[in-house]
Design a protein around this ligand. Structure first.
Ligand code: NAD
Length: 495
């Protein structure tokens, strides 16, 4: 029988009060149970939040450089265990081993970078308008953070939340997605080994309704940090607004690459291939639309289809595999339904469009890499997030029209342009309404030292990673020190 994993509350590994468990299966081989996990409920959530509350005073009073020292150890342990973490991640999530190594590497990079904030956490000192008075701003923790994460970056995304939350002096309860709890269990074990005090980071596994809802409704939670779908984000936003909680949301995307008539087409094909089919199209930044200039659209499409034909599907642990499975059967059904929608809308199916059931794919949730041509921007397949290996090619007549098409979306996460014209590149940077723009590179591949997030339906104005994440996980306090020994009145003593 597969190994049983427990919740982590107040420094102890504990079974859920429910006494129930759920199984996590390998999407490349649905007969393999990766692990058994606690099907937790509100009782476990309450206990975890009480532990986070009890640990908060001591943790926030711990000097930030000391908090950073523990997090540097976390980075070292992630590095030391990179291969086993990546292998477990491929088994539970399906993406190929080179990508799961990249997922862990992203957490390593982010942890080293953000642990260094322990010796910065910069505020401001500004002059006072009055004599003998000092003005400064300092960062304070927000308090208890509820972190809710999706399955597509099982360690990287939790790291974007946990590391900045902890360096800023908050305590945390994390709920991972039910499809990828093992990676977060492994991550929490690393925090434990690094010497994080009990209660500072707590883990509760289970579903969105049974664990997520009591977390976001709990009156002791000060901040909800969420990454996931726009539908769930909307529920979190309204719940937090009603309860006067802070919240940060990172949600869906419908990311596009413009390929201009002067582009290096071979380079553009590789970028589109990686953006559309990497992680089986299950990245929030995945390229799901290509806006190709009519002068090159035929040549570009032929090259792309040829390269797509060469991609190998299979178990992500095998070195020869280019594309792993979708996360589960319900995602495969969703993707297939969208393919039917695309056909009914009149888009031209060039390749793929069905379940992949060949050698090495029989027992998993595999789907053929799929390309539609002659797609119109208003079609549902060009507007809605499919989250699978389905790419739409939309022809355009000009750069201006291409920008219009990219911006004709309720999402605004990532965009890219392939062109050799430097003026066009800068115009694209200015006019594409997305949080991230790449020039001559794919829509995926963000680095942790810059802000990450999107405009419109992708986010609520916050950015993760870089130093921008500190804005989510800390509160500003403005401090005025009057050393004049008399009552001084700002604005009133103006002369
Ligand atoms: P999801 O919204 O279904 O689930 C995300 C998390 O929310 C899970 O842990 C889930 O259990 C929890 N949840 C679900 N309902 C809840 C509720 N009512 N209350 C509280 N928690 C609840 O998303 P998913 O399918 O896991 O992930 C895919 C989505 O995530 C895609 O839309 C993708 O674009 C998005 N995503 C965005 C980013 C980004 O940074 N913008 C990154 C990765 C993924």
């Amino acid at each position: 029988m597969a190994k049983l994993f427990k919740n982590h509350i107040n420094g102890k590994w504990k079974a859920s009060a429910s006494g129930e468990i759920f199984e996590n299966v390998n999407p490349a081989n649905c007969n393999e149970v990766v692990g058994r996990f606690q099907k937790s409920n509100a009782k476990d959530v309450n206990e975890a939040i009480a532990a986070a509350e009890a640990a908060l005073p001591k943790w926030r009073a711990t000097p930030a450089p000391k908090r950073g020292e523990i997090l540097f150890k976390v980075a070292e342990l992630l590095l030391k265990n990179k291969e086993s973490l990546a292998r477990d991640m491929t088994r539970e999530m399906g993406k190929v081993i080179t990508e799961t190594r990249g997922d862990v590497q992203e957490a390593i990079d982010l942890t080293y970078y953000t642990a260094g904030e322990g010796r910065r956490l910069l505020g401001e000192t500004v002059p006072s308008e009055l004599k003998n008075k000092f003005c400064m701003s300092v960062r304070m923790p927000v308090g208890i953070v509820a972190a809710i994460t999706p399955w597509n970056f099982p360690i990287a995304i939790p790291s974007w939340k946990l590391i900045p939350a902890l360096i800023c002096g908050n305590t945390v309860v994390i709920k991972p997605a039910t499809d990828t709890p093992l990676s977060v269990v492994n991550f929490v074990k690393i925090f434990e080994q690094a010497g994080l005090p009990p209660g500072v980071l707590n883990l509760v596994t289970g579903s969105g309704t049974e664990v997520g809802t009591p977390m976001i409704e709990h009156d002791k939670v000060n901040l909800v940090s969420f990454t996931g779908s726009t539908d769930t984000g909307a529920v979190i936003a309204s719940t937090c607004a009603r309860n006067m909680k802070q919240y940060s949301l990172e949600m869906g995307g419908k990311n596009a690459i413009i390929v201009m008539d002067d582009a290096d087409l071979d380079l553009a094909v590789e970028g589109v291939l990686f953006g559309a089919f990497g992680t089986t199209g299950q990245r929030c930044t995945a390229c799901s639309r290509v806006i190709a200039h009519k002068k090159i659209v035929k040549k570009f499409t032929d090259l792309l289809v040829k390269r797509t034909r060469s991609l190998k599907l299979g178990d992500g642990l095998l070195a020869k595999t280019d594309i792993g499975p979708l996360i589960n059967e319900s995602q495969r059904t969703k993707v297939h339904n969208y393919v039917q929608i695309g056909k009914n809308e009149g888009a031209k199916l060039l390749i793929g469009g069905n379940y992949a059931t060949g050698k090495g794919c029989k027992n998993g949730s595999f789907y053929q890499p799929t390309i539609f041509a002659d797609v119109a921007s208003k079609m549902r397949i060009a507007q809605e997030e499919i989250f699978g290996p389905v790419l739409c090619i939309i022809p355009c007549n000009s750069f201006e029209q291409a920008v219009e098409i990219v911006n004709d979306s309720k999402f605004g996460l990532s965009s890219a342009i392939y062109t050799r014209d430097v003026n066009r590149a800068f115009q694209a940077m200015e006019t594409l309404d997305t949080g991230i723009t790449y020039i001559n590179a794919s829509t995926i591949g963000a680095e942790i030292q810059l802000p990450f997030g999107g405009t419109k339906g992708t986010g609520n104005g916050h950015r993760e990673a870089g130093t921008a994440a500190l804005e989510i996980f800390s509160e500003w306090k403005s401090v005025y020190v009057d050393y004049s020994g008399k009552l001084q009145k700002a604005q009133i003593e103006h002369d």
